[in-house]
Design a binder for this molecule. Sequence first.
Ligand SMILES: NC(=O)c1ccc[n+]([C@@H]2O[C@H](COP(=O)([O-])OP(=O)(O)OC[C@H]3O[C@@H](n4cnc5c(N)ncnc54)[C@H](OP(=O)(O)O)[C@@H]3O)[C@@H](O)[C@H]2O)c1
Length: 414
Amino acid sequence: MANIAMLGYGTVGSGVVELVCSNKDKFVKGMNVGLKLSKILVRDIEKYSGSKYRAKITDNFDEVMKADVDIVVEAMGGVYPSYDYVKRALESKKHVVTANKDLIAEHGAKLLDIANSNGVELRFEASVGGGIPILKSISDCLVGNNIRSVKAILNGTTNFILSKMNDEGMQYEDALKAAQELGFAEADPSSDVLGLDAARKLSILSTMAFQKKVDWKEINAIGINDIDSDDFRYAKGRGCSIKLLAISKMADESIYASVAPVMVRADSQLGGIHNEYNAVLVEGDAVGDVMFSGKGAGMMPTASAMFGDIADIIQNRKENPMMFDYEPADMQNLWEKESRWLLRVRSGSRIEVMKKLGDAFSNCSILAGEFGAEGDEVAAFVKAKDESQIDRCMDDLKGSIELKGFKKIMVLED
Ligand SMILES: NC(=O)c1ccc[n+]([C@@H]2O[C@H](COP(=O)([O-])OP(=O)(O)OC[C@H]3O[C@@H](n4cnc5c(N)ncnc54)[C@H](OP(=O)(O)O)[C@@H]3O)[C@@H](O)[C@H]2O)c1
């Protein structure tokens, strides 16, 4: 018998309980192992007085630890007390499955170390991309590749908001409200819209892909809260839409990693990912480009990934136990590849701005007509040798005229 304890019985936890109960005999044939739910930890026990699992529900973690438990499934969220509970479970030689990217991005290496030294497993497939089996694909199926780059839509909330702005011409505030009404955005959406959630997921993904520790706090994260309908108008003029892209790539011995709104061709693979869906485009030196897409959140998709981890533990399918214990990456914050950028500059002197942009970039097209800028703004697509060329040009402009506003958005053309 494999005894399973749940920490958390909310959206994800109740999905896992459903899958554990509906699959309780899955491993009987062949392995003679049945699944049993032993305890469920919640914060507010009164909320669950009518639950059919009432007898198993507790608000006391010590009771969970005293029960017969082989696998602890953490679906509480937050870093504390989740960290303490997961640590205690591992030290008591219980396997742990978690969906908690905050916990793994912050303490993954330490917890994996504790798991290894106690001879148990810590698994976290659901922490990145919800139901998309991306971590296992990188560590197992693509193990023969040197991963060159990862380009991903890792946050369903922001992809939903940007889809509404692109497809229905909604303003940012209205699209955010629609996302909240439909349950795709939390009451406090800051971690999603500021790109922090995607940065945490990118740090987990990049650490595994490049086998260097990528600290999420070192990832340059720009959110979508400053994206407006003019950005979409300019993007459409180039056949593009705007996505919050998490990008990481190996460049010589260092790693570039960022989360930012990026223009992608509307007919590209990432351009075709709409609403709350997630996608991860991985480039390996042997396999080339492989795309993973699906539901990046939600009760059953996330539970599906967690159940896969439970099944791996029961079937004793081990991943590389050292997979998080890597040297810190040498991080690079600026995009070093030649690329096109949209520049939007607001100033008291449009003529001066147009002249400066024309002088700074050999390839510069000032937008006019239907897709052109209005008022005191100059909008242009420029081709820059690297991102520092853009920053130098803006510093130059700031030194010579009074700038009222500036925005840059990269165009991903490959
Ligand atoms: N929701 C998704 O689609 C999704 C997708 C991927 C990953 N995740 C991750 O999965 C985790 C859970 O998310 P969720 O959406 O299921 O959260 P949720 O609906 O808010 O559920 C959280 C559950 O944990 C319990 N809990 C919270 N703090 C606790 C504490 N200190 N002690 C005991 N119990 C506590 C809550 O108990 P009460 O009910 O008594 O408050 C509740 O049952 C998070 O790490 C999240 O990032 C979620």
